[in-house]
Design a protein around this ligand. Structure first.
Ligand code: CP
Length: 321
């Protein structure tokens, strides 16, 4: 694997390989192996132009568990605020020896630009770009669903026939986009639920169906219900009903959770708006995998860094991802 830029173009074989390597990484953690020597001598740069808690810390923990050196760069407080360009910033970090660059950026397509411009030779991992994609989030979500369904028997399995309902601010969500593409590649059936104003115009091109009524979607007994964060910072009045109305019609509360079938899980990528898209009772219920997703995120990011920096590279096989 040369880069990880999206899940739309991630093939099934590579997706399963990442999930299976993440299983191996997860096994080492459960055996309390704190560090593997695999990436000793490699340098991973976390290049974050947007805020993050889970993704940045998780990539840092993953790189350190593989014995890589880590450089954390946050645009706030850097020369970016003096107008330094993405190209100059990236080349500065490459000059410090970066082997992989993990980038989060508000502009959709920034990781693709970094990977294809020829500015740097490091492998590039998309840690969330604008409203475009967040591929490692989707991979950790798929890993979580697979682990809950198949347990120790997960390796090599796809998600054929598993029904996932994704609820909320689909319009602004890179998590939704990455999940729709990856889940479809793995054989899952995806239903999107949102107010009509929070559904993207091109949704008919996505491998998912759309319904507007949450209770109708939940009555079908999905295997996983994935709640999305309402991105209030990107919202304007035209898109959004009142918070009270939103919560009543599209929020997941204890009553809706109680109506789910046995074995059905409640997911959220975080950070959560408790009381808006999800109630505390739902977020903290035994069905919730919110913290499991965070734990699994470290295994997935270990797998991605391993395949990028130590595994067979696709440029040696003639592939792009
Ligand atoms: N899920 C997620 O991307 O969280 P952060 O913004 O905290 O990284």
């Amino acid at each position: 694997m040369r880069h990880l830029l999206d899940t739309r173009t991630l093939d099934r074989e590579t997706a399963l390989r990442i999930l299976d390597v993440a299983e191996d990484m997860s096994d080492t953690q459960s055996r309390e192996v704190k560090k593997l020597p695999t990436l000793r001598g490699k340098t991973v740069v976390n290049l974050f132009f947007e805020d993050s808690t889970r993704t940045r810390i998780s990539f840092e923990a993953a790189a350190k568990r593989l014995s890589a050196d880590v450089i954390n760069f946050a645009a706030k407080g850097s020369s970016v605020s003096k107008g330094e360009s993405l190209k100059d910033t990236a080349q500065t970090l490459q000059a410090m020896g970066a082997d992989a660059v993990v980038i989060r950026h508000p502009a959709s397509g920034a990781p693709q630009t970094l990977a294809t411009s020829g500015w740097i030779s490091a492998g590039v991992v998309n840690a969330g770009d604008g409203t475009h994609e967040h591929p490692t989030q989707a991979l950790l979500d798929a890993f979580t669903i697979r682990k809950r369904r198949f347990g120790a028997d997960s390796r090599g399995r796809d998600l054929a026939g598993i029904r996932v309902v994704i609820v909320g601010d689909v319009l602004h969500s890179r998590v939704a986009r990455s999940n729709v593409w990856l889940l479809a590649t793995l054989g899952a059936e995806v239903t999107l639920v949102a107010p009509p104003t929070l559904v993207p115009q091109n949704v008919s091109l996505w491998p998912a169906r759309v319904v507007y009524d949450l209770d109708q979607a939940l009555a079908e007994g999905p295997d996983a219900v994935m709640m999305l964060r309402i991105q209030l910072e990107r919202m304007n009045a035209a898109y959004f009903p009142t918070e009270r109305e939103y919560s009543r019609r599209w929020g997941l509360d204890a009553l809706r959770v109680a109506g789910l079938p046995d074995g059905s899980i409640v997911m959220h990528p975080g950070p959560m708006n408790r009381g808006l898209e999800i109630s505390s009772e739902a977020a903290d219920s035994p069905r919730s995998t919110v913290l499991e997703q965070v734990t699994n995120g470290v295994s997935i990011r270990m797998a991605v860094l391993y395949l990028l920096l130590a595994g067979e590279r696709d440029d040696e096989r003639g592939g792009d991802q």
